[in-house]
Design a protein around this ligand. Structure first.
Ligand code: AHM
Ligand code: MG
Length: 315
């Protein structure tokens, strides 16, 4: 008998509250997965002709997936606003502006992989609003340190479509079963292996890394003997790191003094999952989950992985 997402309701103190929102994420994921499979036959690949708030070219699929995700969050009835990497400002769900929960999302991470049929993903986290429910939700409601988020996860659109999530009670993975079209539990209790695995970083930037990262990485490679893998799609690189062990990092460099990855949309949700899976999630000055966000689109260097690898790198 297969186990469905309903199992989330039985987990920890937040499972019941989180389940309808994570089911909304799953509906969005199923729609996005189908859209990606048929994208090459429709006019939805390539650039949308606009830049996002980060000054990056938006792909048509960035725009479409952002809209799909927002509509599914609205449909849950439990989400008062969505903060998205693709939107400069918080998007309020007008009908449910008094609801308790905000969702932060990178609807299509790694979208530079789309042209080569490479893996991409959706990353999300869920926080409880801090403003009174009678008010409209505001940006401030999103600016909470990662240790206060209640749930996070990602969807990997690879050979299988997989939802990996945590409600603060460990990490589980559910895969779409093409026979039933439902997400079914495929990876219970994901724990990062303490030893082995790979290091994963864009080493092309090593000559301009800051903070002595080049020599730190050299030392870590000697101490751990890890091999190297890098997809350039954070969800795929994190997924491998969680399942196989090792470390994923995106350090600061001369051209990107705060790194590339976004605190709210990428670092916090992935850091939450990494800690829930028994690993470490660090930035330049300490735990990712302790960093107080200053803005919706803030960037931060990240070092996520097994304790031995992270300690060896940052010692
Ligand atoms: P995106 O959100 O615009 O897709 O950018 C984030 C992606 C991550 O998935 C990945 O880890 C990183 O950018 C790769 O960057 P680089 O090409 O500099 O190695
Ligand atoms: Mg993105």
């Amino acid at each position: 008998m297969s186990i469905t997402l309903n199992r989330i309701a039985e987990q920890g103190t937040n499972g019941v509250a989180m389940m309808p929102i994570i089911q909304g994420v799953a509906r969005a994921a199923a729609t996005i997965s189908a859209l990606l499979r048929s994208a090459v036959f429709k006019d939805v690949l390539g650039e949308a002709g606009a830049e996002n708030v980060q000054g990056e070219q938006q792909q048509k699929l960035d725009v479409l997936t952002d809209e799909i995700f927002f509509q599914e969050m609205r449909a849950t009835g439990f989400v008062c606003a969505v903060g998205s990497e693709e939107q400069e400002q918080l998007q309020v769900v007008e009908e449910y502006a008094h609801a308790d929960w905000l969702v932060l999302v990178d609807p299509l991470d790694g979208s530079s992989n789309l042209d080569i049929d490479g893996p991409v993903g959706t990353i999300f986290s869920i926080v409880k609003r801090t403003s009174p429910n009678l008010q409209r939700p505001q940006e401030m409601d999103c600016l909470q340190p990662g240790k206060q988020i209640v749930a996070a996860g990602y969807v990997l659109y690879g050979p299988a479509t997989m939802l990996v999530c945590s409600v603060g009670n460990g990490v589980e993975g559910y895969s779409i079963n093409p026979g039933t079209s439902r997400f079914e539990l495929s990876h219970p209790d994901i724990r990062i292996p303490a030893q082995g695995g790979y290091y994963s970083v864009n080493e092309a930037y090593s000559s301009s890394w800051l903070g002595g990262m080049g020599s730190r990485l050299g030392r870590m490679k000697r101490e751990t003997g890890l091999g190297m893998r890098y997809v350039g799609s954070m969800v795929a690189d994190m997924h491998r790191t969680l399942l196989k062990g090792g470390i994923f990092l995106y350090p600061a460099d001369e051209n990107k003094p705060n790194g590339k990855l976004r605190l709210l949309y990428e670092a916090i949700p992935m850091g939450f999952l990494m800690e829930q899976a028994g690993g470490q999630a660090m930035s330049a000055d300490g735990r990712v989950l302790e960093v107080m966000p200053q803005g919706l689109h803030q960037r931060i260097p990240v070092f996520l992985g097994a304790t031995a690898a992270v300690s060896s790198l940052l010692a």
